[in-house]
Design a protein around this ligand. Structure first.
Ligand SMILES: Nc1ncnc2c1ncn2[C@@H]1O[C@H](COP(=O)(O)OP(=O)(O)O)[C@@H](O)[C@H]1O
Ligand SMILES: [Mg+2]
Length: 340
């Protein structure tokens, strides 16, 4: 039988918590689906599990580590004080504690979080990325006309889960461009990245590993009922609004009809991206595949959503890792990581 571990599942919370907080009500909600799925898997696997949700108090975590003395932390905390930019700081703290943890190290999180920095690194290594500019808050919004051609997507430079992305993010005139950038600056209090819009299929590739990588079967978001000349964007509503998804025929499924040679090229590109951005643990890489089969990098997501029904776990399942085994793999890999 495989060795069992003491696993501390670490969550974030949107309001202050206590060390022995009862989270059973939250666990039944959609927002806590990933946490609930992971806890169920830990029990199925026979590990000794305890959990803790933190809001803004790292002392709780220190106490928990002292009393429970886990072998490994299953890290699902990706915000602190309601700020999703602090995921990297939590992981930096874990690194300093010297307790093994699952998922990506701080450097990988930092590089991937900034959609400009990750693209600069990849562009240097000749991976296709959309032309882009970063426009910080407080800077006048002008489009560098030579570098950036319409249509353009205007996004917050450091967000996740399509926060701040709607159909209005897709702009075709300088006026729309200025308006949307000002909206992100002001209403989202965020710096902007404006990228040339890459027309093509929307592909998601799951990878897992540290030194040796597994690449999972490619997923695709299809826009079945969106007319051909309309932009196809995974907006906030496209991800999270079931009714909207139904109306436009949006569906996450396995990518069909890709030639084996193309699949190999996509996998190879994703392996390179994973290493170049110093990702470890597990990640989902978002790509666009143009009608000419050019592969464009859109975004890398270390520690992607791990809910059982999401793309990453679905892809792992198809690769022969049913959910509890996937969770077990992530744990064992977290324990074997040398972090410096
Ligand atoms: N340059 C681009 N060209 C085409 N589509 C894009 C581009 N950038 C973003 N998108 C669309 O917007 C979605 C969300 O963008 P992304 O940068 O991944 O933000 P998030 O981190 O919020 O997921 C993508 O999945 C894609 O559908
Ligand atoms: Mg994305």
């Amino acid at each position: 039988m495989k060795k069992k571990f003491k696993v501390l599942a670490l969550f974030d919370a949107v309001r202050p918590t206590t060390i022995d907080q009862d989270l059973s009500k939250e666990m039944k909600t959609e927002d806590w689906k990933t946490e609930a799925n992971v806890l169920t898997a830990l029990r199925t696997l026979g590990h000794t599990e305890e959990h803790l949700a933190i809001f803004d108090d790292l002392d709780l975590l220190r106490q928990k580590l002292a009393t429970f003395q886990p072998d490994v932390i299953f890290n699902l905390a990706d915000q602190f004080k309601n700020n999703r930019g602090f995921d990297q700081n939590i992981v930096s703290f874990l690194e300093m504690q010297g307790v093994p943890f699952t998922g990506c190290s701080a450097t990988g999180l930092v590089l991937c979080k900034h959609k400009g920095i990750s693209k600069k690194i990849l562009h240097y290594h000749r991976i296709h990325v959309p032309n882009f500019v970063v426009i910080p808050r407080g800077q006048r919004v002008v489009r560098p006309k030579q570098q950036l051609k319409f249509p353009i997507l205007v996004k917050p430079v450091k967000e996740e889960a399509s926060y701040g992305i709607s159909q209005a993010s897709f702009v075709e005139t300088d006026e729309q461009f200025r308006e949307r950038a000002a909206f992100i600056h002001e209403s989202h209090d965020a710096d902007v990245i404006a990228e040339e819009y890459i027309e093509g299929r929307e592909l998601y590739v799951g990878l897992m590993g540290n030194s040796r990588l597994k690449v999972f079967p490619i997923r695709e978001l299809v826009f079945r009922e969106v007319p051909p000349d309309e932009p196809k964007i995974a907006t906030y509503r496209a991800k999270w609004d079931e009714e909207y998804r139904k109306r436009w025929g949006l569906q996450n499924r396995f990518a069909e009809g890709l030639e084996p040679a193309l699949v190999a090229r996509i996998e190879g590109t994703c392996r390179r991206i994973y290493r170049l951005l110093t990702i470890d643990g597990y990640a989902r890489i978002d790509l666009r595949l143009t009608p000419k089969n050019e592969i464009y990098f859109i975004e890398a997501n270390p520690n992607p959503i791990l809910a059982e029904d999401e793309d990453f776990a679905q892809a792992a399942g198809k690769a022969g890792l049913p959910y509890p085994q996937l969770i077990d793999h992530i744990i064992r890999q977290g324990m074997n990581t040398l972090r410096d």
